[in-house]
Design a protein around this ligand. Structure first.
Ligand code: AR6
Length: 183
């Protein structure tokens, strides 16, 4: 499913983000940038040790990455040249602080990509695996954040395309419904 926000197409697809041929992919990391399971584990496995090496450099320089912020490393052996590591909130029952952190994780990733001149990137569904954020609620926040960014902070076609890559069919259907409610 596709939509256009500002001048930028956003496409939802089902698949494995490590196989994306975008310029950058976003990782759902933890604050320590230490690797882990889920999409984080898959990205480190597919990209090789260079990603963890650069994560360690960032950790030594600035102590990791707080929730809602983003940092960037090489993509190593991935098809994508860069990985933007962002940290979502751990679900704690639904206070608005968590919603804000999730929105901020998307916005920080997009701002970092724009600042580095990246024109094509792919997102996974941040916080909806190990961190337990309900997918329906996360989908609305994620897509609203991307829409707001593309219409207000990148309105002149600064990006060629944004892909949203959902791992399961169920998540894909949930995000599709959320996007239909937004366009
Ligand atoms: N491609 C796309 N999406 C994927 C892939 C993949 N290859 N693999 C999993 N997903 P999670 P979180 C989906 O747990 O909730 C890690 O250990 C998955 O189905 O990866 O933000 C980190 O180190 C789910 O919908 O991230 C952190 O400690 C989504 O990615 C913690 O988990 C996010 O699930 C972060 O938890």
């Amino acid at each position: 499913m596709k939509a256009v926000f500002g001048k930028t197409p956003l496409e939802l697809m089902q698949g494995d983000i490590t196989q994306q041929e975008t310029e950058a992919i976003v990782n759902a990391a933890n604050s320590g940038l230490l690797g882990g399971g889920g999409v984080d584990g898959a990205i480190h496995r597919a990209g090789g040790p260079e990603i963890a090496r650069e994560c360690a450099e960032i950790r030594h320089r600035q102590g990791g990455c707080p929730p809602g912020q983003a940092v960037m490393t090489t993509g190593g052996k991935l098809k994508a040249r860069y990985v933007i590591h962002t940290v979502g909130p751990i679900w704690n029952g639904g206070d608005e602080g968590g919603d804000e952190i999730l929105r901020s994780a998307y916005l920080s990733s997009l701002r970092l990509a724009k600042a580095r001149g990246i024109r094509f990137l792919a997102f996974p569904s941040i916080s909806t695996g190990a961190y337990g954020f309900p997918v329906e609620r996360a989908a609305k926040i994620a897509l609203q954040a991307i829409k707001d960014f593309l219409t207000t902070e990148a309105p002149r076609g600064e990006f060629d395309k944004i892909n949203f890559v959902l791992f399961s069919e169920r998540d894909f259907e949930t995000y599709k419904k959320a996007l239909q409610g937004l366009v």
